[in-house]
Write a protein that binds this ligand. Structure first.
Ligand code: ZN
Length: 343
């Protein structure tokens, strides 16, 4: 099969479009012919080898997100058949540990990760076990499905599960131009929240308003705290959806009102963050961490997208063989929404 393969860690030039053996199918496996690949900032870390907690066997195929058609199933597989439109699930879980049984297969006690611990979606074919395949609803395009998985399922977890946004609440959504951010703007707006989006340019804030944000804060022009206090009359936001870390998290904690709830799923702008714990407990804040999302959420958001209730924002599509350009584009952060490759 054709695939984008890495033989070593490094800059985008290590991504090589070449022929590699198609994975063979075991009794419980499903082989998916990938049609579209969703890119994530996480992919850049895996390529660079800076994610820290894993080492990869080379050659390796990156990619934790994609959509395609079932090409072949193992002898024991009953849930899927060739020709079906499906997504491989990013967190490959065991299905029977304590966390899987409680519905938290995203933090399975023996989880593997697509594109990290085994070959991912930057390829014509990907092999996963049948427990880690999600069926696509009818009428959904491969590009939209491939852009959904990480962004919308994660945003769902932050907005609906962790912070439980209620009608009329001020909801601060950071990095509104990112995949998770643009999804969180839509989900928080649908939940009845008054969305305050933050981004680094006026153009991105205008796009966020088209998706349902009521207010925008350009964090290159004013601090998040100042912006939120200006908008809320000095009260602060009820909820913060955070995925940036560093200074943005510090400013967000100051921008949240008493009894405020923050949920976070990322820290690319700073992993070690100093927090004023006096302020934190005096304001009775709650902050929860979130690592992607359980499979059930993915089924939920795919339905919402198929129904037209929310819409993935596709910043740009590339052909699979231009993965190096796609990685450079992703690193630039100079776009709004998701970057998708078509195979
Ligand atoms: Zn498990």
């Amino acid at each position: 099969m054709k695939a984008v393969v890495i033989h070593e860690h490094g800059d985008p030039s290590v991504l090589k479009y070449e022929d590699i053996e198609t994975p063979s199918v075991g009794p419980n496996d499903v082989l998916i012919n990938i049609k579209a690949v969703g890119l994530n900032h996480f992919d850049l870390d895996v390529r660079d080898g800076i994610s820290g907690y894993f080492s990869l066997d080379m050659p390796h195929i990156l990619g934790c997100e994609g959509a395609g058609v079932v090409a072949e199933v193992g002898s024991a597989v009953t849930a899927f058949k060739p020709g079906q439109h499906v997504l491989p699930y990013l967190t490959t879980s065991c299905g029977h540990c304590e966390r899987c049984l409680s519905g938290h297969d995203n933090i399975c006690m023996s989880f593997d990760k697509l594109g990290v611990t085994h070959w991912g979606t930057y390829a014509e074919y990907v092999r996963v076990s049948e427990h880690n395949v999600v069926a696509m609803p009818d009428g959904l395009s491969f590009v939209d499905a491939a852009a959904t998985h990480v962004a919308f399922a994660t945003a769902w977890e932050l907005v609906e599960v962790h912070t439980k946004v209620r009608q009329g609440e001020f909801v601060l959504v950071n990095a509104a131009g990112s995949g998770v951010g643009s999804a969180a703007v839509q989900l928080a707006n649908n939940a009845g929240g008054i969305v305050i989006a933050t981004a680094g340019s006026g153009e991105k804030l205008e796009r966020a308003k088209e998706l349902g944000a009521r207010y925008g804060i350009n964090y290159n022009e004013e601090s998040i705290e100042d912006g939120v206090m200006r908008i809320t009359g000095g009260r602060g936001a009820d909820v913060c959806i955070e995925m940036v870390g560093g200074r943005v998290l510090q400013e967000s904690i100051r921008a949240v009102a008493h009894n405020g709830r923050l949920a976070t799923c990322g820290a690319h702008a700073g992993e070690k963050v100093e927090i004023d714990m006096i302020e934190f407990f005096r304001k009775q804040l709650t902050m929860s961490g979130n690592h992607f999302s359980p499979k059930a959420n993915n089924v939920q958001v795919l339905k919402l997208i198929a129904d037209g209730a929310v819409k993935p924002v596709i910043a740009k599509t590339f052909p699979l063989q231009d993965m190096g350009d796609a990685h450079r584009f992703l690193a630039s952060r100079n776009f709004f929404g998701k970057v998708v490759l078509e195979v």
